[in-house]
Design a protein around this ligand. Structure first.
Ligand code: PRX
Length: 652
């Protein structure tokens, strides 16, 4: 990590916003940013009230911000609105009604384009379909779907009637579905027969069939026909989406909801225990995703915008669906893998739909760079005017590759720092105003008051790393962890309880211009390809195998994924293990959590190095996994023992 810090400190390249971009940008001068930022911090009521007024409210709020019961903040209290209405109906009384809301491309090359009017019709049908299955306001609906238009429609249908959706990434396993569905007592699961991924069908319905019987609260399963795969339909429980939609009325007015009515739950990994159900509410999340999309992506009426994330992650929630549609823009959705049928698929899509704004993850950029410059070079990418990245720190080399080969040195790049918990982008460079610095996220967005502090809460000087905190609440912040207020307080607010600061869990530092550079997680969370995985979860999955006595999982630097997963596994006494068992364990983790959590490396040992108090020496294991212990042969247990002892001796 220290190498990385030095490297970035040496980074002196700044890329000014292109003049042509700046002259047309929604925020086009630094003075304007400074003025609005100051207002958003000094007088959040006026700033956020103005932003919220750009959207539709059935009833105006009584109070913009209520901080009486910290950390249970409320925003736009007393206001009544509906996010589905703001994403769809709001655009029906203008020329936008016949504009493409969603341009979708399936992996096999099929295509669906839905105008705002068509989207409205489909969302109303789906909302009535859910009602027909007995779904009511406040009920939890799990969504386990491929990246097809019905996924966005299902979200908007839930939001329309006030049902709380909980989207489970389609790459997770049946066990992960069980945990999440049980935690939120979901009554309904929406899924599909399958989805296309790298030329094969992912059997989503099979996973739901395995999970649903273990979830007694689930009464109905709604199944979209996507791949025409043969599936079994449980009598009374399972219903075909198209049959239900054919039997309901097309008129479903959006329910006026309280600004603080919950919108969705999205599970994310923490350092301990089971995944945390991040709860977002309606009004604040709507305002936050709307305004960040508008200014950071500089969305314009004629823009075609494409975010390559999966909607199973927060990026897809906020910046494929809600924030983008709330602005009335056109959002592109692609179902499949970036290298199917060939490594040029993304550039083909950009060229075909004349995409203007492209938002992806550093891990994808590193893969593109590895696949070669010749793939994007074949395409006309001149429609692009803005690029973005999210999910993990971007290494300056990957940034430069993106700038040259995709942006063709014309497009600003916004590196956006945020989290599932924050709901919306918090730190970035506004593209028409601020110069970008490769590897650095940038400056705070409106209303965001970050700081870098020491463990004791002291401000840390520029150039020195510390804990990234946020000192004031913001509208799109999480409201709690579903069903667990105590854990919400503990995880995010207990460290700086007196000061009332939000703990992000990230380490970061600022340069002398105030640009934030994110170093990475400080807790036991690994960021694999921009996705958060808790080491605890993977360890629990491992120890549920009879081959494992104890397991310690750590991250290590990985060229493509950012971080890879290394599992140190001690086996029960007397058990002989072979190379083949490593693959068995990898499969076991895939079965328990999903393929994304498969360890890249498994190292068998007879015991794990521990401190005298019995704590696993993770720092030592991290060094070993990263190959930093070059002086020692670390492949055997004895060496672990020696290393551990050496380390203990050095520390005591
Ligand atoms: O460590 C930070 C990293 O991803 C974490 C949040 O992960 P998640 O909730 O899954 O949301 C990812 C998409 C918003 C953060 O705590 N992270 C996210 N964006 C960046 C980043 N690290 C550096 N630079 C970023 N732009």
């Amino acid at each position: 990590m220290s190498n990385q810090i030095e490297h970035v400190l040496e980074e002196t390249r700044f890329f000014e916003p292109p003049a042509a971009f700046a002259s047309q940008a929604a925020i086009g001068t630094r003075e304007e940013y400074d003025r609005l930022y100051k207002q958003s911090i000094d007088d959040p009521e006026t700033f956020w009230g103005n932003v919220a007024s750009e959207l539709h409210w059935f009833k105006k709020w009584d109070r913009v911000r209520n901080a009486e019961n910290r950390p249970f903040y409320k925003w736009f209290e007393g206001g009544k609105t509906n996010l589905s209405y703001n994403c769809v109906d709001r655009h029906l009384d203008s020329a936008r009604k016949n504009k493409a809301a969603i341009i979708w491309e399936g992996e096999p090359g099929d295509q669906v384009i839905l105008t705002y009017q068509e989207l409205h019709q489909r969302v109303c049908l789906a909302a009535n379909g859910l009602k027909k299955l007995g779904v009511k306001k406040g009920d939890r609906v799990a969504i386990y779907m491929p990246m097809i238009p019905e996924l966005a429609i299902a979200m908007l249908a839930c939001a329309r009637i006030g049902a709380i959706h909980s989207i489970i990434f389609g790459g997770f396993s049946a066990n992960a579905i069980v945990d999440r569905v049980q935690d939120a007592d979901c009554t309904t699961i929406i899924t599909a027969d399958g989805g296309w991924r790298r030329g094969s069908v992912v059997d989503l319905k099979v996973a739901v069939d395995e999970a649903a019987p273990k979830c007694p609260t689930v009464k109905n399963v709604l199944v979209v026909k996507r791949t025409n795969t043969a599936v079994t339909m449980a009598e009374g429980r399972d219903h075909w989406w198209h049959e239900v939609m054919a039997s309901v009325d097309a008129n479903c007015p959006a329910e006026p909801l309280d600004a603080e009515d919950p919108l969705y739950i999205l599970y994310t990994s923490g350092s301990t225990g089971k995944p945390k159900g991040i709860l977002h509410s309606t009004g604040g999340y709507m305002v936050g995703t709307y305004v960040t999309s508008k200014y950071i992506f500089d969305l314009r009426e004629e823009d075609t915008y494409w975010c390559t994330a999966d909607i199973g992650w927060v990026t897809g929630h906020s910046y494929i669906v809600y924030g983008i549609l709330a602005n009335g823009a056109t959002t592109v959705m692609y179902e499949g893998a970036p290298n199917q049928p060939g490594p040029d698929r993304f550039w083909q899509i950009v060229d075909k739909y004349k995409v203007n704004i492209f938002y992806t993850a550093p891990t994808a950029i590193r893969a593109f760079a590895k696949w070669g410059d010749q793939h994007p070079a074949k395409y006309d990418l001149s429609s692009l005017r803005l690029l973005g990245t999210v999910g993990e720190p971007i290494n300056p080399e990957a940034w430069m590759w993106y700038h040259r080969n995709i942006g063709r040195e014309r497009c600003p790049i916004v590196d956006t720092w945020w989290q599932t918990e924050t709901g919306a982008i918090m730190i970035t460079t506004l593209p028409g105003v601020m110069s970008a610095k490769p590897g650095s996220a940038g400056l705070p967005f409106f209303g965001v008051k970050p700081a870098i502090v020491s463990e004791e809460g002291e401000d840390v000087d520029a150039g020195h790393s510390g804990l990234l905190v946020v000192k004031e609440p913001w509208p799109s912040m999480l409201r709690t962890l579903y069903g667990d207020d105590a854990r919400y307080k503990e995880v995010y607010w207990s460290k700086f309880e007196k000061q009332g600061w939000y703990l992000t869990g990230d380490g970061a530092f600022c340069d002398k211009n105030g640009y934030y550079m994110i170093i990475g997680r400080l807790d036991d969370v690994i960021n694999v390809s921009g996705h958060r995985l808790g080491t605890m979860e993977i360890e629990s999955a491992l120890v549920s195998s009879p081959l494992v006595a104890e397991a310690a999982v750590v991250g290590f630097p990985h060229d493509l994924k950012g971080q890879g997963i290394c599992a140190f596994v001690s086996v029960p006494t007397g058990m002989e293990v072979t190379e083949a068992d490593k693959e068995k364990l990898r499969e076991h983790v895939a079965h328990e959590i999903g393929a994304i959590a498969k360890p890249d490396q498994i190292r068998f040992t007879d015991s794990l190095p521990k401190t005298r108090s019995g704590k696993i020496m993770r720092r030592l294991l991290r060094d070993i996994a990263a190959g930093n212990e070059t002086k020692q042969d670390t492949t055997t247990l004895e060496d672990f023992g020696i290393l551990a002892k050496l380390r203990e001796d050095a520390e005591s």
